[in-house]
Design a protein around this ligand. Sequence first.
Ligand code: DGP
Length: 113
Amino acid sequence: MSKTLFEKIIDREIPGDIIHEDEHCIAFRDINPGAPMHVLVVPRKPIPKLVDATPEDQQLLGHLMLTCSKIAEQEGHGDAFRVAINNGAGAGQSVFHLHLHVLGGRAMKWPPG
Ligand code: DGP
């Protein structure tokens, strides 16, 4: 199986502006930021989409959410930030390795486009 783009960033095969790393996940700045803070939180495990996660991944999913909060606080946006997951091409997913977008530093509209 070929590596996903994000596995290549995890493995330092392509560059990434990495701001957090632990045994379960990595976080790096989005190459095409949609807000002053736009970080991607990515599990080391290459789950393609949220819908592919199983009960076995329950703890990992919780860890990813807590990591989003930690990063938002670390970046100075703990008071107002958004976490988003695009599941499937129709929802805007373009990289098929699960990732949580953490956005902040500007006013957010609802619903998202
Ligand atoms: P999504 O559309 O939800 O699959 O989000 C994928 C995000 O990944 C998108 O916001 C742009 C970002 N991205 C794509 N390629 C790269 C890359 O090579 N490096 C970084 N840092 N981000 C990337």
